[in-house]
Design a protein around this ligand. Structure first.
Ligand code: KG4
Ligand code: ZN
Length: 343
């Protein structure tokens, strides 16, 4: 069989993504975001996201098929994100994928969203291939996870994750606190560019010696967010101006420091000289720079897929679907629902 032609549907958070791949080749990657609708709330509202997926799914699907220049009938399989994510949002994609599979008679594959982020790397056009095992640091508005990937389809271990807010969520909340708007990540990146990252030292979550036992590779950003809020409040109460650029730079430094330090530690402990970054927060300039600096110093290869493949998208889900088909795996049983189990 030639490389399988697979359609992938992603609706775990606020992006409605539909992608089409032929094996490792990217044919279409169409994304509709409900970000603007969440802007007035300063963060993703699950109910709003689910409704937006319902409205966006058919046009996104139609656009992806047109971009790939394929018909539903041509497909070898359909793949859909089954979790982790917002359950109402996931249900929209899962329901649509099941209906499509039923109507076309195509096999349907449930794909883990985090595995999808790692799988995005196989679609890059520079001809290089991801080498396994690898450590993967996935950071977005919905998740902050450190994975050890030995085999994409069979052996993915969660080393740690956030115990409260996702990193992107922290960016969004701090940006709102500083009056910078939404989404917070790019706004903070912009403001921080003219700030001094050492002017204010904010706490580094879960990096105390006592955390090395239970939370070695876990993350926490709610204490950091509170520290920023307290700092801003004290300045305002004292009638002083808030040094927005310095606060943004100090906050960003704390997040970048913790994320990259733990990721590099995981590479060293497991003797894996490879680190893959993924998720929307991987767009952050300081996180990228610090990751590059620290991996180079430790002799670790750093891979960052191009940004449209880093953020939530349907093509990465299709890529995993294609790998499952190529491996001869049976389609998922029809009764699956939202599920965040890793392979
Ligand atoms: O992967 P993504 O598109 O998926 C969702 O979680 O929806 O990530 C979006 C998140 C948002 O929280 C946004 O603030 C953050 O990624 N983000 C950034 C940057 N660009 C986007 N965070 C930090 N720095 C950035 N430059
Ligand atoms: Zn994601």
């Amino acid at each position: 069989m030639s490389a399988p032609l697979v359609l992938g549907i992603e609706t775990s958070c606020d992006e409605t993504g539909v992608g089409v791949v032929r094996g490792r080749q990217l044919l279409a990657n169409v994304i509709a975001s409900s970000m603007d609708e969440h802007a007035r709330f300063g963060g993703v509202v699950p109910e709003v996201a689910a409704r937006a997926h319902l409205e966006a799914l058919t046009p996104t699907l139609t656009a992806a098929l047109a971009e790939a220049d394929v018909a539903l009938d041509d497909l070898d399989a359909i793949a859909v994100t089954s979790g982790p994510g917002l359950s109402g949002a996931l249900m929209v994609g899962i329901g649509a994928a099941k209906a499509l599979a039923l109507a076309t008679g195509k096999p349907l594959y449930a794909v883990n969203h985090l595995v999808g982020h790692v799988g995005a790397d196989v679609l890059r056009s520079d001809g290089t291939e991801i080498e396994l095992p690898t450590i993967a640091l996935l950071v977005s508005g919905g998740h902050t996870s450190l994975l050890l990937v030995r085999d994409l389809l069979n052996d993915v271990e969660l080393l740690g994750e956030t115990i409260d807010d996702a990193a992107g969520e922290a960016f969004d909340k701090v940006a709102r606190l500083l009056g910078l708007g939404y989404p917070g990540g790019p706004r903070i990146d912009e403001a921080a560019a003219s700030g001094d990252p050492d002017a204010i030292r904010f706490p580094r979550g879960l990096t105390q010696p006592k955390d090395r036992e239970r939370h070695r590779y876990d993350f926490s950003f709610s204490g950091l967010k509170t520290a920023v809020a307290r700092f801003v409040e004290q300045r305002r109460d004292a009638g002083l101006e808030v040094p927005v650029a310095d606060v943004a730079a100090g906050f960003r430094e704390s997040v970048a420091d913790v994320l990259t330090a733990k990721a590099v530690d995981a590479c060293l402990e497991h003797r894996i000289p490879r680190l893959l970054l993924g998720g929307g927060v991987a767009a952050n300039a300081r996180i990228r720079d610090l990751a590059a600096e620290r991996t180079t110093a430790a002799g670790i290869e750093l891979r960052v897929p191009p940004l449209p493949l880093c953020t939530d998208n349907g093509a990465m889900i299709a890529a995993i679907g294609a790998a499952l088909v190529a491996a001869g795996r049976a389609p998922s049983a029809g009764g699956f629902g939202a599920d965040s189990t890793l392979p």
